[in-house]
Write a protein that binds this ligand. Sequence first.
Ligand code: 26V
Length: 805
Amino acid sequence: MFSSKEAFKKEYLQRFKEVTGECFEESSFIDRYNVLASLVMKYASICMADSHSLMNREKNQKRLYYFSMEFLVGKLLEMNLMKLGILDVVTEGLNDLGVDIKDLADVEMDAGLGNGGLGRLAACFLDSLAFLNIPAMGMGIKYRYGLFEQKIHEGHQVELPDKWLRYGNQWEIRKASKAEVIRFYGNIRTIEKDGKIVVIHENYETVLAVPFDVPIVSSSSSNVNFLRLWSAGSTDAFDFNLFNKGNYMEALREKTTAEAITQVLYPNDANYEGRLLRLKQQYFFVSAGLRSIRRRYKRNNEELQDLSKKIQIQINDTHPSLVIPELMRILMDHERLEWDEAWEQVTGICAYTNHTILPEALETWPQEMMKCLLPRVYMIIEEIDRRFKEEGDESTRELRARNSILRDGLVHMANLAIIGSKSVNGVAKLHTDILINETFSELYELYPDKFNSKTNGVSHRRFLMKSNPLLTKCINKTIGEEWKDDPARLKNLLDHCGDRNCHEMLKSMKRKNKERLAAYVMKTMEIKLDVNSIFDVHVKRIHEYKRQLLNVLHIMYLYDRIKTQKMKIYPRTFIFAGKAAPSYHMAKEIIKLINKVADKVNNDPEVSSYMKVVFLENFNVTLGELIYPAADVSEQISTASKEASGTGNMKFMMNGAITIGTLDGANVEIMEKAGEDNIFIFGLRSEEVLEYYRNGSYSSREIYASDWDVQRTVDHLIDGFLSKDTSEFRDIYDSLILHNDAYFVMKDFRAYVEAQKEVEKAYRDTGRWFEMSMKNIAASGYFSSDRTIREYDNEIWKIKEDINN
Ligand code: 26V
């Protein structure tokens, strides 16, 4: 691209005039950002065009389509510059022009088209697919409003719309010519023609699906993949008849109803609600995506029998699992394939990833709703279900009935996804074991070969190289730069983990990152953090199973000890961030509690030299990038068995933080890789938790009665310790005592307190601490999403294999 910073400056200033018609000197950050982004986009688009034509026409390569309702992409400017290898040139060039690139990067709004783990994983996967040169396309929804913006007002969460498109989106190309028409509602009639049944769909409503393509650039090749986001509009934008009769509102109705489909991302990340609009979203992007795949396929291929040799679809959780019946519909109704031929293709193409075993998150739709909205798709699901129940031998009949797709008036989406896919994977070893042995044990009996595990990973390019340049430098100095393209080589750090100079380097890196975060906290909250204190960080969605409550109760306990027993602790800064689903009452109560405790601790001079507590507003990808590099301690304390994998745990690890956690999700593998001595594990194991659920023998009251510290701390929720209004945290108290503490917070309290003492002891021993830290960084290469994607490809998609043949 730019051979030198001079070349960059020349092109940038030229482009500035072309785009804005203004002089650079008087321009705003917004204009400067827009022009820079458009310049990067120019190159990315050219590469995208070239690689498309190469992949499609000449090579006709096999390709992956990653269907996901969520892609939590974050900001793209610096990432794209880094991947194109021009971040330094551009930074310096801008410097010459008197511009700090950070000011421009700040202008970009996060593309927050996801809730949390699942959406961010999808974005990391796109990054790795591009890096590994695997032809792939992400298929998703262009929500007008992404995940809400969180404000904290007097300790409460307030939700504001996320206007991420306020200044437009520089990273997309609208492909009006590739729009598709999607059909909802109506009736189905069948007729016979030439001895074949023909399905006729009548009286349907239509919605227009317009694709926006976002290029995913890669540092390793000129192949540019892309993310295709679908936006809904009316096929008949304005009814002039109605308008001419003066009925303005009615004339707009159709347009508004159609557009509503992609207006907003549903902000729940665990609690499933059977909303019609959500089902519309699912079918909308599934149908549009498949139609565009079919179009592309037919341009380059003649035989439909080869479909599964050219196309692979990964279904990210059950949300896109309508892919299965919709693809059946297209192959049968449009391409005239017989059921068996179509089914062979579909079950050779689709693979499903499960991301949660929380029963309340497993998707089901009322049969009546689906039948009405998607009459033909529903018929196909009925047929899939009928065949599933009749297949196999007699001995499996009952088992099949118990696991059918249509039961109790509901469509069970996970069952549909498992039956219609060639592969079913969990996202960490433990999670997969639980899927196999508990959640889907009976389906596992029928399809043992489908089940497999793919431990999650994260993009070390974004969460280490981009967000922690200081650590990147330290690593380069110690082991060279090969690890950047092959993160497994971080292992080489093990040869240096006893080296005092390395410890000093890491210590100074951590300190600077803590200063960077402290400056942000000062600017945004006017709270001064002590960078010499331990930064103990708990950032993720707020959920009872993630047990932010356990962390706060521990803080309350420490506070009380310092006050009443003059206990001395190593200074600590407890940092929280995360959003609660707007309708999740308990999660919002927990946010209130954290803020109440923060208020009390931070304003008590007797304690505040030992402790600070802060809740940072509006956790998103960008804030994460500021926080992970500054963390000393990573809180991963979910109730064992509940966290499918966790990916924050990996981001912290990569940045040299030490985990305090339960043996849950990928923590288990983090322990295996980093070594038991380099992580602080405590609490119930998953088997113990599952056993308690089975036999119902847990009693939180027993613990309350037998452990004085637990009792005193829990009582502080309602005895005026926190608030004059003793009813304020009654619901939390009741969840623990009246409702028997469903997440075993009280059960694990004592073990957590002890583990935290160990953390403090280790931190006081600087040599030990940084040795542990280095061992974590060294072992973090395994948790790069490059490794995860290689596994998906080697074992499920087999795309590289196809390219190499
Ligand atoms: C579920 C629902 C239910 C209906 C309403 C909207 C909605 C949106 C998202 C979800 C999926 C929740 C599942 C999820 O995010 N799982 C997380 O996936 C991460 C990546 O695999 C994993 O690291 C986390 O442990 C897991 O909780």
